[in-house]
Design a protein. Structure first.
Length: 172
């Protein structure tokens, strides 16, 4: 059975956009790979609210896999240096030390899964790195895998600004 591995970040998206992207992709389970999932700045994506909303709004299962999150030290080093190649190397070394993906039991994951982190896009986010690791691992075992990065068509702030510019009574 082919696997669809999606990635999504909650930043820069409204709750409506976030849940629309997940349901439109047919995601059956969201795997939260954030280090800190309880932060107040996470808004609608704060745990345990997110698990509740996923089930009620979109009938999507929720799980948390902290072994796929970077360490605080790795994040701090990246925030200080902005050296993405060094971050990638450090992250892959961390995954190797944790024996990821081999030690990760993905056999119970449904055919359409999304990896969650906070970054709006996948370019400089560990969820893309995890998706790449899993895909290589699964393909080596003969699985058919497609990666889809779920991003808003344009940032939520730009959408709100555009909506505010429309005069009352004007069609959107």
């Amino acid at each position: 059975m082919p696997t669809l591995l999606c990635t999504i970040g909650f930043a820069g998206k409204t709750a409506e956009e976030f849940f629309h992207l997940l349901t439109e992709a047919g995601v059956q389970q969201l795997v939260d790979i954030r280090q800190h999932r309880e932060g107040q700045l996470s808004g609608f994506a704060k745990y345990p609210d997110l698990a509740f909303f996923l089930e009620r709004v979109a009938h999507i299962a929720y799980s948390h896999e902290p072994r796929l999150a970077p360490t605080p030290e790795l994040l701090t080093a990246y925030r200080d240096s902005h050296d993405w190649p060094a971050y990638e190397a450090g992250f892959f070394a961390l995954m190797q030390a944790r024996e990821i993906p081999q030690a990760l039991d993905t056999g119970r994951w449904p055919a359409a899964v999304a990896l969650l982190c906070s970054e709006p896009g996948p370019e400089k986010c560990h969820r893309r790195l995890v998706a790449d690791l899993l895909t290589v691992h699964w393909r080596a075992r003969g699985q058919t895998v497609a990666i889809r990065h779920l991003v808003a068509s344009r940032p939520a702030k730009a959408k709100r600004r555009a909506k505010e510019r429309i005069s009352p009574g004007m069609p959107e």
